[in-house]
Design a protein around this ligand. Structure first.
Ligand SMILES: CSC[C@@H](O)[C@@H](O)C(=O)COP(=O)(O)O
Ligand SMILES: [Zn+2]
Length: 330
């Protein structure tokens, strides 16, 4: 666990309000004692979400949830979304994150269209992960397998828990919806057996997708940070002189319409652990949330340096020219 996350969890505990305890009024940002910037933003951006946060849902009755459990996916989604927000990866409601608990067979998802850095534990959607259970056959027939969920992720009946169960939410004009990225997250669970998937609107991802015009992938070699990325075929990490290759797919008007092309890219690039979406951002996944986090950070670093290399007319990969270090045309 990173120092920042530990610190954040401590802060959260200091001002801990307790998930199932009673609300005493205007205390939501203070409960988390997180960051003054968040508090200021809350004041500026009004009450839409604020209203909801004063109502208590009861996740604890549906799945085991302990606010003190630092590794609980619900806590991790809330904390990592803050972490990503301050990296400029999930600002303005963009981006998101899903974690799959393979042992407990549960999938946790961020809600749609909310400020991702302010997600509260009772705002997480929860799905049963039937993919690997004995119930598999039956549940898949009933539309609860990944394909059924991918096609009908908006159907609230499919969820074990939705934040619309929070007292008073159903009476509000805008009820919660699961992230529009849900079918894409589920696609990485289905096709790669991943344990978590991160979606960001990183400017590095967007810019590199604009700079690369002749290829439908980003390819880079001979940068030390490449060693943090897995080489799936050989179940080891990439070496310094090997190529990291990340496919680039075109953006669509609606997030869910990216599902087919993301799935195709995953099939076409069997070694990739990420897909770039042109003029939009990136999806990164891993065996578990910590691996996904490391891959996302390492890839973002490589995208950023890739942009600078292109601007300095340095070839990105040894495949791009005779001498990778030679200043030549890109
Ligand atoms: C700024 S809106 C962005 C969305 O359309 C989408 O691209 C996104 O990343 C987040 O979708 P969401 O449904 O809020 O989880
Ligand atoms: Zn997006």
């Amino acid at each position: 666990m990173t120092y920042e996350l530990e610190l954040d969890l401590k802060r959260q505990r200091v001002g801990k309000h307790g998930f199932k305890s009673h609300n005493h009024g205007h205390n939501h940002v203070h409960n988390h004692g997180y960051d003054h910037r968040a508090e200021k933003l809350e004041r500026i951006q009004g009450v839409r979400k604020h209203d909801r946060l004063h109502k208590n849902g009861d996740i604890g009755d549906i799945v085991e949830y302990d606010i003190e459990d630092e590794e609980h996916p619900i806590n991790l989604i809330c904390l990592l979304c803050k972490d990503f927000y301050y990296n400029n990866w999930v600002t303005g409601t963009g981006g998101g994150l899903s974690i799959r608990d393979g042992k407990k067979k549960l999938i946790y998802l961020a809600p749609s269209g909310v400020q991702k850095e302010k997600i509260e534990p009772n705002e997480i959607f929860i799905l049963r992960d039937y993919q690997n259970g004995e119930e598999k056959e039956n549940e898949i027939k009933r539309g609860y397998g990944y394909d059924g969920l991918i096609d009908n992720y908006k159907d609230s009946g499919k969820y074990l828990y939705t934040p619309n169960e929070i007292e008073g939410v159903r009476e509000l004009k805008n009820t919660y919806k699961p992230s529009q990225c849900t079918p894409l997250f589920l696609s990485t669970f289905k096709l790669r057996n991943s344990g978590a998937c991160i979606h960001t609107h990183s400017q590095n991802a967007v810019l590199i997708s604009l700079l690369i015009k002749k290829q439908n992938y980003f390819r880079i070699s001979h940068i030390e940070q490449i060693k943090a990325i897995p080489f799936l075929k050989e179940k080891r990490n990439l070496r310094f002189d090997e190529n990291l290759v990340i496919p680039i797919i075109d953006n669509k008007n609606f997030e869910e319409d990216l599902t087919d092309s993301l799935q195709e890219a995953i099939e076409r690039f069997p070694n990739t652990t990420a897909v770039l979406v042109k003029r939009h951002g990136i999806y990164v996944w891993g065996e578990d949330i910590w691996k996904a986090k490391i891959y996302n950070e390492a890839i973002d670093y490589l995208l950023e340096i890739g942009i600078k290399m292109i601007q300095n007319r340095i070839p990105l990969s040894s495949e791009d020219g005779e001498d990778v270090y030679d200043k030549g045309g890109y």
